[in-house]
Structure formats: C-alpha cells, structure tokens
Design a binder for this molecule. Structure first.
Ligand SMILES: [Zn+2]
Length: 188
C-alpha cells in the first residue's frame, strides 16, 4: 500500500478487532460473541504487537462496541456505498474527538498517534482506527476494505495486494471456495 506504515498498522488493528470481537460467521461456522471479551481483545492486539498489555474485561467490552461500529464501515464499502462508509467514519471521528499527536517511543522514529477523549484504551483505539480508515477512504485505495465473499463467512479484510483483487478473509476461505467450485465442475 502507498500510505504510511502507521496508517497501515491501525487499519490492521481495525480488521483484527472486528474479526475477533464482532459476532457473525467465520470460515463456514457460526462465530458467537466471545465469552471472555478481555481475553479475545488481548489475543487480537497481541497478534499484531506481542508485547501489548492484557486487556481487562471492561475494556474488552468497550472494544467490542468499537469493533461493532468499525464493522459498519467495512460493510458499507463492500456494498459499494462509499458515501455511507464516509459518513460513518466522519461520525466516529467526531464522536471520538480524534486528535493527532506526534510521539516517539520504543526506539521508533516520530510518528503520528491519534488519541480520543477520556484517555481510555477503547477511546484511543476508536480514534486511531477511525483515522486510519479515514485515510484509506480518502485515498485511491478506498475500495481496499472488504467483507469475505465466501459462503458463511463475514470476517473483514484490508486488501494490500498490488493489484487489489482480494475477495476473501483468509486463504482458508479462498480454498473452501476453490474446492467447492472444483467439486461442482467435476460433478457436472
Ligand atoms: Zn472468510
């Protein structure tokens, strides 16, 4: 992707939070709300940053609400409704009062963080993820957000491939669809 690596990183966080914390279907199976939202959120964030601190149950519940809101943006883009996606991101930016701030930590160079009101973990991630999605929607890559098109799967993805032809959340779903198509052909 062409945008900067921090934007890339927060968009990946948005994808990961939506996929870990919102109910629906995953790779052909029902995906219920995780019983332990704290553990689910911790696992999601540590998948991207292993040193991330443990998320409490209360924070996990707040992050699940953030994830529910973020999902609507992916759904709108997948429906081809960029207007609705942009509106939803604007509402999130306003609600979270996303404020840019240059920070330098962990040996990284100066980079932009986006904090929300109240200084809570969920508020900060909501502001950061909303800003990341805003950068994507405002760029030539606005159609790179998506919802898996495999049957019985509604996990989301960001397409960072060169040609932008991704349609599935995972290679598992891609293979499921390929196998089903192959079976249909050989049956015919
Ligand atoms: Zn899928």
């Amino acid at each position: 992707m062409d945008y900067n690596s921090h934007t890339d990183a927060v968009v990946r966080v948005a994808v990961t939070l939506v996929n870990a914390l919102t109910p629906g279907e995953q790779r052909g199976r029902p995906f219920p709300v995780p019983r332990d939202l704290g553990a689910a959120a911790t696992g999601a964030l540590r998948a991207l940053r292993p040193s991330y601190r443990e998320v409490t149950q209360a924070e996990g519940a707040q992050l699940a609400e953030v994830a529910r809101r973020l999902r609507t943006v992916f759904t709108a883009v997948a429906d081809g409704d960029l207007d609705r996606a942009a509106e939803q991101v604007n509402v999130l930016l306003a609600e979270t009062d996303a404020r840019p701030r240059l920070e330098r930590h962990d040996g990284e160079p100066w980079h932009l963080h986006f904090h929300g009101l109240g200084g809570t973990m969920a508020g900060d991630w909501a502001a950061g993820c909303a800003t990341g999605l805003a950068v994507v929607l405002g760029s030539e890559f606005s159609d790179r957000l998506g919802v898996c098109t495999a049957p019985h799967c509604d996990r989301v993805y960001v397409d960072v491939s060169r040609n932008g032809t991704r349609r599935f959340c995972s290679t598992a779903c891609q293979n499921r669809v390929k196998t089903a198509a192959f079976r249909a052909r050989t049956r015919g």
